[in-house]
Design a protein around this ligand. Sequence first.
Ligand SMILES: N[C@@H](CCC(=O)N[C@@H](CS)C(=O)NCC(=O)O)C(=O)O
Length: 199
Amino acid sequence: MLTLFHSPKSRSSRMLWLLEEIGAPYEVRYVSIPRRDAPDALPDPANPHPDKKVPCLQHDGAVIFESAAIALYLTDAFPEAGIGAPVGDPLRGPYISWLFYHGGVIEPNMVLQFTGMPAQTGPGGWGRPDTMNRLISEAVERGPYLLGERFTAVDILIGSMGQWAREMLPPGAAMDAYLQRLAQRPALARSYLRDSPPA
Ligand SMILES: N[C@@H](CCC(=O)N[C@@H](CS)C(=O)NCC(=O)O)C(=O)O
């Protein structure tokens, strides 16, 4: 059984979308985390994430954390869903590059940008925001998806940022059209139904 440790309207919401695209049965465990709308919430002892963050996935006794790792794990484990790039697929290299780029470059740059800290411009542990925005824009202009013809989990990780706040992704008509394309996915609509615990 797949179990997602989740908090509504957070980085784990995109993992609900991913799980809906994967199509395997899964359980959602709603856990508390300190968040902007509940800064004093206590971390949930039931959450197996080492920092008690979300998302965290449990599968057959294994604990998987970090959004991009969960994306790689699920798309490798369920190749029939067709939203990953298995070993031997010509897209495998670009696929894992974009996943790691999301966790290692895009997320840190976004956190700096949205907390008002100075951007990474010199040598450092991750790539620069101007290169990042150029890469994302070029990929979207080639389209229709970030890796070309096929929708993949990379679109979930990166596209969900634009759904969260449009300004997180570069401006432009191609990007607007891309986000609208993603918004029409039935799996995304289904994921909204599980974002909050049943009343
Ligand atoms: N890079 C991590 C970030 C996880 C993360 O920071 N999640 C936030 C929710 S959006 C969280 O759990 N915050 C609570 C905390 O930091 O204790 C990932 O993508 O999985």
